[in-house]
Design a protein around this ligand. Sequence first.
Ligand SMILES: *Cc1c(COP(=O)(O)O)cnc(C)c1O
Length: 442
Amino acid sequence: MMRPDNQVSRREFIASTSVLLAASQLGVAQTAGNDADKLALDGGEKAVTRPAPKPKRWGEPELQQLGAAVQQNSLYYWGNAQTKLLMDRFRAVYGHKFVQPCSSGTASLHIAVAAAGIAPGDEVITSAITDIGTVIGTLFQQAVPVFADLEPQTGCLDPADVERKITPKTRAIIAVHLAGNPCRLAELKEIADKHKLILIEDCAQAWGALYRGKPISSVGDIGCFSLQDTKHISCGDGGVVTSSDEKLGPLLTKFGDKGSNRFNPKDSATRLAPNYRMSELQAAFVAAQLTRLEGIASQRAKLGNLFTEELAGIPGILTHQVRPDDRCVYWFYMLRLVPAKLRCDRATFVKAIAAEGATFTAGYIALPLYGLPMFQNHGFFAGRWPTKECGLTKMDYTKVKCPETEAILQTCMRFQVNEAMDEDYIRAVARAVRTVAKHYAA
Ligand SMILES: *Cc1c(COP(=O)(O)O)cnc(C)c1O
């Protein structure tokens, strides 16, 4: 079935591919002379001759800010200088009135669904290719994650399937900007508004990503960020949840801070809420990290986009698709193999790339979230699921199937782009892909 939204994306994609085809053919011609067709696996020259550059992630700014925190008498977050600085610097980029620092990305997402008023048995539509933290809060609120299928070359929610999954119980959508690539937010927002749903953006992997030129989290009702160690901006562990909505905003503090509504003290202790606070030491570190955000984001975007250009036209390889108006920050770069066009399996491809001197990882998470044992057994709470036992849902995760989601996990490879890499390095890795794909072309 052809859908208008997909037609647009396919046309855009084909347009960009054909423009870049000439460039990639040039690249082939340049290397054709020196035994470029022979795999390093078979004793040929390596395409990548130096190790992957690694960034030095922290230094003077972080030390200085931690030093400032140590001069304080209190490391409690609310009202103190480091948290204020974090909030100011976050607002300077994201513009939201309400900014609640918290203990993790998972916490930020739990706070978001609690603030959104998600009740037992309510349904929350999201992706099955994401960190489990996307749905932990939903499950703890006794609500029901419903998995919609994904777009093939972004791994982000397919708005048409989101709409198909809406029922009278649906209350929210959690849009995961997978690998730092913005979802189709305009379409998702339109669906959310039409059905009166809260749109939550999971921006954990997407620090610095732009949707149609604007920072992600500006379309949804609530934005959730992770500061876990592997994310672009980090303090080891932490998170931020944010909103500009006058009703939802104050609730982010309430649900992140044991139920106390600091904006309206009369509204305290009316609901159950955990303590998801961050300390001043983390806030100091994050405030320093935020001064690096634009540099990190723009460099990763540039390198990832270059990789796409260099990979254009290689048979058997699907590149990471980014819509022209967006900035993807490539938490990872996702390639997909087209099995019918290659004579090797994914493990062999990854091995051949390793011999060429680059590192690809086969797959991402081992299973779509609904395939995990706790979903398959409906055994979230000591082997039980009160929501189902009380008749609040008929959900049966053993029957859930998202075909594109499963195909992505079976055919994808990840390449770790980072801000310390340079264009030559990216070109060399692309050369490795070209050599290997050509060798195994069906
Ligand atoms: C990392 C991540 C989370 C969870 O963040 P933590 O800080 O590890 O709790 C949630 N969603 C996505 C998409 C993530 O990548």
